[in-house]
Write a protein that binds this ligand. Structure first.
Ligand code: ADP
Ligand code: MG
Ligand code: MG
Length: 251
């Protein structure tokens, strides 16, 4: 599924290396979490996977089912089945949520050589998924993210993820103050989409998120590298003891 090998990344316009040899393999149906102190390179990892500008890969590779991701533009990555949760957090006044979702779904289908969904087919699908995720249908009619609360934006993100039916979901829960309710939404959304085949990479500053999303593997990132990997007990260790001992071992 997702395979990152010896990934080195620097800022494009500065001589600053941020990722210094990241290795990570997420197998089919697995849920992996990346934790680590602020500034470790967690978000940079997700940005590079999404194809965001401003970063230069100087060595290493990232593949999805053997396909090189790093040479593709973001739409091509999506067509391969990659979903990055922060790809659509923007507010788009004047564009209805439903229209936006349908465009996203159909452009992905097109890129995959599938037939586009008709308005009727799309409506049926989006309503069913919204119901499963306990999303108020009213939210579908509003302009994308405009005036949405933090919780509604999270719900919308999960809805987008469900509609695009990705193989590999990368969620970066940045330090933007996820409250307990939003954390619950994210974890319920992820758990609802776990089906034994779909894989997840959940990047989080909050070990508590992992009380709800039970990861198969937990990685600790520090200074641009994964310094330790283990089972869910690793997240508990961090919760109880902080990062101190782990970082000392790595230095
Ligand atoms: P994390 O998500 O683990 O907190 P980041 O990936 O956001 O870490 O950042 C890793 C390091 O790279 C930090 O020192 C950060 O300041 C630096 N960095 C990342 N992106 C940029 C950028 N565009 N410009 C300058 N510094 C950056
Ligand atoms: Mg940070
Ligand atoms: Mg971050």
């Amino acid at each position: 599924m997702l395979e990152i090998k010896n990934l080195h990344v620097k800022l494009e316009d500065e001589d600053k290396e941020i990722l210094r040899g990241v290795n990570l393999t997420v197998g089919e149906g697995e849920v992996h979490a990346i934790m680590g102190p602020n500034g470790s390179g967690k978000s940079t990892t997700s940005y590079v996977l999404s194809g965001r500008d401003g970063y230069e890969v100087t060595a290493g590779s990232a593949t999805l089912d053997g396909e090189d991701l790093l040479d593709l533009d973001p739409e091509e990555r999506a067509a391969l089945g990659m979903f990055l949760a922060f790809q659509y957090p923007v507010e788009i006044p004047g564009v209805g949520n439903m229209t936006f979702l349908r465009t996203a779904v159909n452009s992905q289908r097109k890129a995959r050589g599938q037939e586009e969904l008709s308005a009727g087919e799309f409506l049926k699908e989006v309503r069913a998924i919204a119901k499963d995720l306990k999303i108020d249908p009213e939210m579908l009619k509003r302009p994308v993210n405009v005036g949405f609360s933090g919780g509604e934006k999270k719900r919308n993100e999960i809805l987008q993820m469900a509609m695009l039916a990705p193989k590999m979901c990368v969620l970066d829960e940045t330090d933007s103050g996820l409250d307990v309710d939003a954390m619950k939404l994210v974890s319920e959304g992820v758990n609802a989409l776990r089906d034994g085949k779909r894989s997840f990479l959940v990047i989080t500053h909050y070990q508590r998120l992992l009380d709800h999303i039970k990861p198969d593997v937990v990685h600790i990132m520090y200074n641009g590298k994964i310094i330790k990997s283990g089972g869910p007990e690793l997240a508990l260790e961090v919760e109880n003891n902080g990062y101190g001992d782990l970082l000392a071992e790595a230095d």
